[in-house]
Structures are given as C-alpha cells and as structure tokens.
Ligand binder design. Sequence first.
Ligand code: HOZ
Length: 429
Amino acid sequence: MNIENSRIEFHRALKSIPGGVNSPVRAFKSVGCDPLIIAKGKGSTIEDIDGNRYTDFVSSWGPLIIGHAHDDILAAINEAAAKGTSFGAPTLYETLMAERIIAMIPSIEKVRMVNSGTEATMSAIRLARGFTNRELIVKFAGNYHGHGDSFLIKAGSGAITLGLPDSPGVTKGVAADTLIAEYNNLASVEKLFAEKKNQIAAIIVEPVAGNMGVVLPEEGFLQGLRAICTREGALLIFDEVITGFRLAAGGAQEFYGVYPDLTTLGKIIGGGLPVGAYGGRKEIMDYLAPIGPVYQAGTLSGNPLAMAAGLAMLNFLSTTPGFYAKLEQKADFVEKGIRANLKKTGVPAVLNRVGSMMTLFFTENKQVTSYAEAMKSDSERYANYFRLSLESGIYLAPSQYECMFISYAHTEHDLQKLVDANLEALKQL
Ligand code: HOZ
C-alpha cells in the first residue's frame, strides 16, 4: 500500500497544526503509524490522497449512519446553502428540527441546538446546576463527554488513548466539583450521594459507554441511576451523542426504557455537519435564557446548513421501513463472523456489541464490563490488528478505546470483507 502522499502531507500539517491534527485520536499515535489524509468518501468507502480505498467502519466517529455523501443529505445542504449559510436569527429549520427531535426522543419536551457534543454537555451541566441550585456532578471513569473542563477527569476516548485522562489546565476547583463513580457499579454512586447529601446536581452518563470501547450497561444499572436521581432530587443526564438515533429512533433511552431528565445529542443529528443539542423536561429547559436565568448562546447555533442536513438524516431514519432492524442484521452478521474467527484462531478477546456499535477488546479477561477491565486490554495488540486491517482495506478506529460503527451503507460484500480481514489479521497476531 503506497501512502507516500499522506505521509508527506501529514508532515506538512505537523508544522502548522499541533500534532498535525484538529482532534488527537486522529493522529494514529496509539496505533504506531502516520494518519491517512482522506480525499473523499461515498457510501461505505473512503479514499485517501494516494488513491487507496478503504471500507470505513469509523463513520466519522458515528455521525454517518447512512454512509458518506448520501444523496438526500447533499441535496438538503445544497438547497439550504443556496438560500444563505447563516443569519444569527431564527429560521424555520430550527423549529422543524426541534419538533422532529421531540417527536423521536421520548423524554425531550424542549430542546436547544448548539454546535458540538462538547457544547451540549457543558451547557447541560450548567443548566442542571442552575436548576437544582447544587454544584457537584457525578461522572463515570472512562466515560467521555467532550472536552469541557468538568469532564476531563478520568475521561475516556482520546484522553485514555493518549494516557491523559486528567488534563493539565483544568483547575483544582473545577476538578473538585466532578465526582467520579465506577460504570456499572451502583454502590459507587450511592457512596457519593451519601457523602455529599443534597450537593449533587446531576449524574451524567453514557447509557452505553462508547469511549472506553463499547461497554454495555448491566441489567439494572441505568434503572438504578434513575431511581437514585429521583430519590435524591438530582437530575439524570444521558449523554446520547453516540447512542442517539443509533440504537433506536429514540436512542438508548427508548432501547432500554429508562428516561433521563436531560439528554445531550450530537453526531447523527447533524448529518455529518457540526451540531449538538440538549433537551429534556419543559420545566428544566425553560430555566434557560431568555426566559430563565441560565445563560447559553451561540452565533452559529441552529445553523441552517446543519439543520437541513440533520433533518434529511432524521427523515431518512424515520421513513425507511425497518431501518433499525436492517442495521441490527448487518451488525449481527459481523458479530457472528468475528466470534467464529476468534474461536478458530484462539486469540483471546472480548467482543462487546449493542446494535450497530461494537468493540473487539484484546484481553485475557472473559468480559469487559467496567473501566478497569477495559484498561486491561492489550493496546499494542490492537495497534497490530489495526495496521493489518488497514492493509486489507478496512479502516477501523485508531484506538482500542473507541467504537466500530456499522452503517446502513455497508453492503453484504463490505461486511464479508470485514469478517475475512478480521480472520486474516487474527491469524497473524
Ligand atoms: N472524540 C472522538 C471519538 N470519541 C474523536 C473525534 C475525532 O477525532 O474526530
């Protein structure tokens, strides 16, 4: 595989962009090679600037659930762009988007659009603090909620990939307001509430952890968080930036039947354009300015291009008959294939999957249900696996601690190619 142009261009970027990238995991640091510079994508395939083609299982880290450059999304963006790209004033697109989100996500009665998942989570905790008049938040080790200061404590995603779960630059004061509990461990949450009676504003959680690799909530975990919050007068925030519109039309909350007070959204909702949103119960959302005292704003919030792309995306998901059943079938095919390969080769690994998100953890452990278990994975082995997969034309997340996403655009041929490449790579590990 010739990747000379990618190499040259990455080294050029290193001179003008910190680490050569605008988001750390993209630098491929933990997989021991230089990143590919991507030229274009269509459907399930991406092409680098050397002309190499790969079947893409990163899907822009989640947003592209119907593949790259989908015709409906391109048409919607073009139509919106022709009318103007930003007004800093209300547009009809925003109301249509809000109405669509409210119709799809069960617990959302009102919603505010922002520009990224990070903005959504930062705003949601400010709102939770303002509404409850309490200061502390509980987050889970290995969960990732974007790069807001309050969340860069035992953070997942690029932060664990690069060994920076507690970032310098976060003040001691901010760090002290974030309490850390263990995912899938209700006792660790109860302990914090007992120690900090009437001081905790909210629990924020990825209902399915996707940023320490995929870790599923155990039976009763989400229900337990709901019960604790209700009992203690704290708000439950589901960070559905990854799971929203992915596990089901109504996200993880519909999938598991547990309903938070606030939900944060991003990724799929923008159809591949930068967007985020947070929403929830009316009485909480009406605590936001201009009708309430909690401030949050943004020049490009509700941007017409992003709204148009997102509406086209949500329209596709909700009008395509059997969309989620078909996605499940595709993901199930991959799961069965990889499990059979693991059996054949005897490589010790755990495959965690729910719906179209999964992670293959290289570990001697029998299960991965917690941050501690996820961290026991052999990331060197993953790096090797990643490079072997790339050689076979399969583009995976360049980190053991991210998800592999199956999209609606993946064909039977793509999925078989993935399973075959997986077998070849396992044999060579
Ligand atoms: N934080 C993202 C993955 N969970 C990575 C974003 C990117 O590098 O584009």
